[in-house]
Design a protein around this ligand. Structure first.
Ligand code: HEC
Length: 226
């Protein structure tokens, strides 16, 4: 018996089904997804990354920050990233549109450190905004800022140079040691610009009224015992 037509049909179906499942369904869901034009503000969100931040993203990729940090805030009911009693990593969950301008999305796979997707919208441990200066100090020596921190130090992104005249305005606030100062390298400046650009706070239509599953332990009301 000639089984060739069946074989052909089987292979064709396997390929066709994979195409529908992997390519077509995604194309239907996200294919005509675009930026959201806010007519009041006259801008298209998400806003494009500034040049230095875009360079900083490459530094972030290069240094493997993604191996310890994710960039995806989970919605309430799917973890404790947002909502009451949460880690406060974002005011809302991340949605597909947040990443629409990115050619490389750095979602990450494990959270050794906090999620950074909304880092710039959060506050420092002392309740103030993150600034370039606070981030330089942190990257240079995390344990000097958070005592128990197990975040690696990136001191090699800084250079130690003799203080000439007034010294550099970007130098870290360290005790002046024998006329030397520690200043961020261009890579450190770009990386910090990138970290300060991580802010997903814009409320897209799809971020409102998203389905939140009920809390795992439903507290029975007295009524139900009647
Ligand atoms: C080995 C894992 C590891 C790597 C690699 C790593 N981090 Fe971290 N990071 C951590 C941990 C753990 C913390 C939390 C501890 C703390 O607060 O100091 C942290 C905290 C941070 C914070 C503060 C977050 C907050 O919400 O306060 C920033 C910013 C940060 N990391 C940026 C980076 C950048 C940029 C890189 C790459 C240059 C990087 N990390 C690489 C583990 C890592």
């Amino acid at each position: 018996m000639n089984r060739a037509p069946y074989l052909f049909l089987g292979i064709f179906l396997a390929l066709a089904l994979s195409f529908v499942g992997l390519v077509l369904s995604n194309q239907i869901s996200y294919g005509d997804f675009s930026t959201h034009i806010d007519e009041d503000e006259g801008k298209a969100f998400p806003l494009p990354a500034a040049g230095l931040a875009a360079q900083g993203k490459l530094v972030y990729q290069d240094l493997g920050c993604v191996s310890c940090h994710t960039q995806q805030v989970r919605r309430e009911g799917f973890g404790s990233d947002v909502g009451e009693k949460s880690r406060g990593w974002g005011e809302r969950q991340s949605v597909a549109r947040d990443y629409i301008r990115e050619t490389h999305v750095l979602l990450g796979s494990q959270r050794v450190g906090p999620d950074l997707r909304n880092f710039a919208a959060r506050k420092n441990a002392n309740g103030t905004d993150h600034t370039a200066a606070s981030l330089y100090a942190y990257l240079y020596h995390p344990q000097a800022v958070v005592k128990e921190s197990n975040m690696p130090a990136y001191a090699y992104l800084f250079k130690t140079q003799p203080i000439i005249g007034q010294g550099s305005a970007k130098a870290l606030k360290l005790p002046a040691a024998l006329g030397y100062e520690v200043v961020p390298s261009p890579r450190a400046e770009a990386l910090v610009a990138y970290l300060l650009s991580l802010k997903d706070t814009y409320a897209y239509p799809e971020t409102k009224n998203v389905y939140t599953p009920p809390a795992p332990k439903a507290v029975k009301s007295k009524e139900s015992h009647k």
